[in-house]
Design a protein around this ligand. Structure first.
Ligand SMILES: [Mn+2]
Length: 354
């Protein structure tokens, strides 16, 4: 069964059709990227409404849905609903704005529109469990990230600035993938206490931790990795701190498997850090889902109660950040399996001196 058939199978009796407006969700069902458009799914058929800019390309590459070129979106939706005898229509609650929703209700006033939690939850749950094909794409996306790390190890050194290192990573990514999946983070020395710090003109100095967090988009699928290296020689304290973070990460990697609850995995690493009195210094979630979006469900954090399922792809990225002094993070991306994980990240986690 393909993704659209899955959605149709789960569509409640009281809903005749759905409109998928969110760009990431449209891509999920069609594998086609566009800045505008709408995917209409009735119980019988799927229609992809696109404007002239995308029409020709979509006709060539999109399979399994009817491609319609619209000049007036509402008129086209009306035609389809008439033809298919649609009355009750669900739209995404999270991505349809209040004004857009009002517009639907006004311009298509013969139909009943509902902001549907069912639709959001359905798409979230479909998207969070990856197909084998998606896992393969994410794996290839991660391979570029691993290659970028090998590349940067020959570049990052005392005397370079954070910005220069970030630019070198991004150039490598742009040469080998579609785009970066987020703005590359390179933080060093005191700046490394900032988990999502922005690269600055700060020069890398002896003894600095350098945290590099970056990812790519390849074939529409994201990857994400963080490594922390040290310039020249680490202090004993840095070695200890690094070992605690790595042990915390490995504890999670050894434990994660289908059936565990997200917030319990997060809590386990938090308890581990507490033993060393670093609970407060781990101020963010343990990880997040990755797919079409760099951050998507499920979330390994304090509040997410999703049960892990086979073929969910999540990051595992504990860190310890000592205010105004230093910090570090280590991040891998893994596929959840029945009895454990498949780690897609191959880069070394030894504390590397550069
Ligand atoms: Mn991440």
């Amino acid at each position: 069964m393909n993704k659209i058939e899955e959605l149709i199978k789960d569509m409640p009796d009281e809903i005749d059709a759905v409109i998928v407006k969110n760009g990431f969700n449209r891509f999920y069902f069609t594998n086609f990227s566009s800045t505008a458009g709408a995917l209409l799914i009735t119980k019988k058929e799927a229609y992809f409404l696109l404007d002239f800019r995308y029409f020709e390309m979509a006709q060539k590459v999109v399979k399994g849905v009817k491609i319609i070129c619209f000049s007036d979106l509402f008129e086209e939706i009306n035609n389809i609903f008439k033809k298919e005898n649609v009355k009750n229509v669900a739209v995404e609650t999270k991505s349809v704005s209040i004004s857009e929703f009002e517009e639907y209700k006004t311009k298509l006033n013969e139909y009943n529109f509902t902001k549907s939690n069912w639709l959001d939850e359905e798409i979230t749950s479909l998207r969070s469990v990856k197909t084998e094909e998606e896992v393969e794409k994410i794996k290839r996306s991660q391979e570029v990230v691993d290659a970028a790390f090998s590349h940067i190890l020959n570049f990052v050194s005392a005397g370079k600035t954070e910005k220069q290192v970030a630019r070198e990573i991004e150039n490598f990514i742009l040469d080998n993938a579609q785009a970066t999946s987020f703005s590359t983070i390179v933080v060093s020395g005191k700046n490394s206490s900032l988990p999502h710090g922005v690269p600055t003109e700060k020069i890398l100095e002896d003894g600095d931790f350098v945290t590099m967090d970056f990812g790519v988009i390849l074939d529409g699928y994201c990857s994400d990795m963080t490594r922390t290296v040290v310039v020249k020689k680490p202090s004993n304290f840095q070695r200890e701190l690094y070992k605690i973070v790595l042990d915390g990460q490995e504890l999670a990697l050894k434990t994660i498997k289908e059936g565990l609850i997200c917030n319990e995995v997060d809590a386990m690493v938090r308890r581990f850090f507490k033993k060393f009195d670093y609970e407060e210094e781990f101020g963010h979630g343990l990880g997040h889902g990755v797919g079409i979006e760099i951050h998507e469900d499920p979330y390994l954090n304090k509040i997410c109660k999703t049960k892990l399922k086979e073929n969910m792809v999540v990051t595992v990225e504990p860190g310890i950040y000592i205010n105004s002094k230093m910090g570090l993070r280590i991040e891998d991306m893994v596929v959840v399996k029945e009895n454990g994980i498949l780690n897609l990240t191959k880069s070394s986690k030894e504390l590397i001196c550069v």
